[in-house]
Ligand binder design. Structure first.
Ligand code: ATP
Ligand code: MG
Length: 418
């Protein structure tokens, strides 16, 4: 083999692509019912877009970005996530001038230079949503409920929904002192990254993946215990609304997110069937980001779901049958020409029709029908052409139905059976 995909990247081939379409279509329908509009953003931004918003001391910015100089000497970065690009676009196009809430969704590849392993890639796809302009926790409840509906509708069961509040600029200083007091006495035992984080951004220690650090930080004070009145009221109301909407969830005070821009609500959906890469989707509020990008103060909330983690969970759950509505099996050259024309007429009606261009025995044509999962077959020979009559045979229940050799009539039978 001369060339292979780069480490951590993968080709997506049929039949997997049917599951991708199933997820994308289901999500798009649900987004529509909640008033979310699709937005398409570039996969590259100037490095600054990500650096400040995600946080200089976050794992993403410190270790995972694909950053390089373009030919004009600018520092550009392949997007590691969607929210920062979205906020850049939101401010650039003055979308805040429209009445709130402004609701958008996106799908597309993200890039992070991580150690590739099962369910963790260097190019991975996210479906994400962002809702702007409303501070009220009813919007938080609504977007979390929408995520739950999407995951449920695509066929995922047994997921854990966890929420917390990570407070705001008001509550963080007190929490930071408590956290540093707790961690300080055992700091020497933490990894070198965490020892550095202790001074730069101690909250990041709570997100470290090193097993020893996970053990050492057990029992540390959660932000949830230090919320200011506004954040506490916000979180209490969110809990009330989630119960009202019957979203199954639990509060996890130790939940932390790997990005610095979050305020108040943070949430994560995980599955026990993904090993240590358990997060399927995650999100939260980011009430100061628009202002930091130079726009008017505008609250926002969003989430992103990882396609490569959802697909494997779905493979055993849903069955997507992907085969043509009809396979035309001609027995000689004249029938082959007739079939060629018939196939075109049926395709013009939107039906997926295949024809065997190479004439082989009837037995081998039937074998092929099974191999490609054709739902129906028509055999075309002298008799059928002379009598102008054919039989549409269902490969599913083997029922045979007579029809004129006529595209309208055949299409009606196929549509009845689909
Ligand atoms: P993790 O803790 O697994 O690294 P994260 O907190 O970095 O996840 P987010 O930035 O919140 O992830 O991205 C949202 C979702 O995108 C995750 O829940 C996950 O499903 C998916 N995701 C993130 N990084 C990867 C990756 N390298 N490969 C595949 N999917 C990913
Ligand atoms: Mg990560």
């Amino acid at each position: 083999m001369k060339h292979k995909t780069l480490k951590g990247l993968q080709d997506i081939l049929p039949p997997d692509i049917s599951i991708w379409h199933h997820i994308e279509k289901t999500a798009a329908n649900i987004f529509k019912s909640y008033g979310y509009h699709e937005i398409r953003l570039p996969i590259m931004e100037s490095t600054e877009v990500f650096k400040r918003s995600i946080g200089e001391t976050s794992d993403i910015v410190e270790k995972e970005m694909y950053t390089f100089q373009d030919k004009g000497g600018r520092s550009v970065t392949l997007r590691p996530e969607g929210t920062a690009s979205f906020v850049r676009a939101y401010v650039e196009h003055h979308l805040h001038n429209n009445p709130p809430p402004q609701k958008y969704y996106y799908t597309g590849p993200m890039f992070r230079y991580e150690r590739p392993q099962a369910f963790r890639y260097r190019q991975f796809y996210q479906i994400g949503a962002e809702a702007m302009g409303i501070e009220d926790p009813k919007l938080d409840a609504e977007i979390i409920s929408m995520l739950s509906r999407i995951l449920d509708s695509i066929g995922l069961k047994g997921l854990n929904f966890e929420i917390t509040s990570i407070g705001c600029k008001e509550c963080r200083p007190d929490h930071k002192i408590a956290l540093k007091n707790f961690l300080g006495s055992k700091l020497d035992a933490f990894c070198s990254d965490c020892r550095r984080r202790y001074d730069t951004n101690p909250l990041r220690i709570l997100d470290c993946k090193v097993p020893a650090c996970i053990e050492l930080r057990k029992g540390s004070p959660p932000v949830l215990d230090y919320l200011c009145k506004e954040c506490k009221d916000h979180f209490d109301s969110l809990n009330k609304y989630l119960k009202l909407l019957k979203v199954p969830y639990r509060v996890n005070p130790n939940l932390v997110r790997g990005l610095d821009y979050y305020t108040k609500t943070a949430f994560e959906v995980s599955s026990e069937n993904l090993g240590s890469q358990s997060a399927v989707a995650a999100g939260g509020r980011y009430d100061s980001m628009v202002k930091e990008f130079g726009g008017p103060p505008t609250p926002g909330i969003g989430f992103a779901m990882g396609m490569e983690r959802v697909i494997p969970l779905l493979k055993d759950v849903i069955e997507i049958s992907d085969g043509p509505e009809l396979l035309i099996c001609p027995l000689d050259n004249a029938a082959s020409e007739k079939g060629l024309h018939l196939a075109e007429l049926l395709r013009a009606k939107g039906l997926w029709v295949e024809i065997n261009h190479e004439i082989t025995s009837l037995k081998s044509q039937m074998r092929k029908a099974n191999r490609i999962s054709a739902k129906n077959v028509i055999v075309l020979g002298d008799d059928e052409i002379n009598s102008h009559k054919i039989v549409v045979k269902s490969m599913i229940d083997k029922v045979e139905k007579e029809s004129k050799l006529d595209a309208d009539q055949i299409a009606a039978i196929l549509q009845q059976r689909s």
